[in-house]
Design a protein. Structure first.
Length: 380
């Protein structure tokens, strides 16, 4: 079936989304999920590194990495590389899209211009609700401090140092609602929305992998793509925050368990996740999920608390495979990128939030003026 046609003979609705999609997270995925629900075929434009650096600041991931990450989101049908930063009617028409969809936050150019003002004026613009509690700016802020503040929103409580109680020396209550850190509240409904909901067929070869999958990135993506090729149904076991912290140390994981669950579920290669999976892959686990093959990447594996190899059982029965994804990206390398360019990213965050706060004040002033005019009209 061609994307332009539907089975009933009517022309399908083509939806356009665009953005930086830097450090793709479940917030991006949720926006694209909602956009796809407004039509039949979702086209996503991704900006170049040059455009992002000009209008926003340095991106964390390269454009090639960002193109690959967006293509792997299960609701995306097509990716347009090098999409212009300002969305025009020409862009929509060139890609055969009926309208543009964006979250209910505001994105601006370096000059403070709303990047969607043209399509809004032409009434070819629709908004979806932005996912509260996560943004690329927030994740960069977490890495700059490697704070454990974000764990307090998840299942587990940690002691937070007093100098980590706010990010970048700012009170969180005074921050922009679009990029400030706010609480993400996980629900079963959200997990259902992200899940395929399809159990494995009796004939499916089930593949099981497990890990932290923190700051979901291209290394994870290439690994999961190869793991899926080992069978028909891929289950990803996600370790709890304390387990990840035990084998990774420092203040890892950067993203809490619930955030990591949604990020992994959004990947088109993943069929199901196990929330809070045990560190060791046991006979009971394999029997329960009818696992045909267990896989792991080529990175070193820390022993379990009892000193045993967590993959000992699948190895003993000949159902374990080491996958070389061909990609050396790790969560630690992403953090290194941020720390190495700390000053640039701190400046980017502060500049972005200042523009947003200035806009909020301008919108509030405009709203107050409109209210005064309405009062005058009523009085007269």
């Amino acid at each position: 079936m061609q994307p332009e046609e539907k089975l009933n003979g009517h022309k399908s609705v083509r939806v356009w989304c665009d953005g930086c999609y830097d450090m793709v997270h479940f917030g991006h995925a949720n926006s694209l999920r909602q956009a796809k629900a407004l039509g039949d075929y979702l086209v996503v434009g991704v900006h170049t590194d040059e455009e992002i650096a000009k209008h926003k600041g340095p991106p964390v991931f390269t454009e090639e990495e960002r193109y690959k990450m967006v293509r792997a989101i299960k609701w995306v049908d097509e990716v347009v590389e090098g999409a212009p930063y300002i969305t025009s009617l020409e862009t929509l028409d060139m890609n055969g899209c009926d309208f543009c969809v964006h979250g209910d936050d505001i994105t601006m150019t370096a000059d403070g211009v709303d990047t969607y003002h043209k399509v809004k004026k032409a009434e070819r613009y629709k908004e979806v609700e932005r996912t509260a509690g996560v943004s690329t700016t927030d994740l960069v802020g977490r890495m700059l401090l490697l704070t454990r503040n974000h764990f307090r929103q998840g299942q587990y409580e940690y002691t937070v140092d007093s100098h980590h109680s706010s990010r970048m020396g700012q009170d969180s209550s005074a921050r922009s609602p679009w990029t400030g850190c706010s609480q993400f509240l996980p629900t079963t409904q959200k997990i259902i929305q992200f899940s395929d909901g399809r159990p494995p067929l009796p004939t499916d070869r089930v593949v099981y992998v497990s890990g932290a999958f923190d700051l979901f990135h291209v290394g994870h993506l290439d690994f999961l793509e190869k793991a899926r090729q080992l069978g028909d149904y891929l289950i990803v076991g996600l370790h709890t925050d304390p387990i990840v912290n035990r084998y990774k140390g420092s203040n890892y994981p950067i993203m809490n368990l619930h955030e990591r669950v949604l990020s992994v579920l959004a990947c088109r290669y993943v069929s199901e996740v196990v929330i809070g999976a045990p560190y060791s892959v046991t006979k009971d686990l394999m029997d329960h999920f009818k696992v045909h093959m267990v896989a792991h990447g080529s990175t070193p594996v820390a022993p379990d608390e009892d000193g045993r190899d967590p993959f000992l059982y699948p190895k003993e029965i000949g159902k374990f495979k080491t996958i070389n994804s061909g990609n050396s990206m790790t969560t630690e390398k992403i953090v290194e990128r941020i720390i190495r360019n700390r000053i640039e990213f701190e400046a980017r965050n502060i500049k972005k939030e200042k523009k947003e706060m200035d806009l909020i004040k301008a919108l509030e002033a405009q709203k107050n003026n409109n209210h005064k005019e309405d009062v005058v009209e009523v009085s007269s």
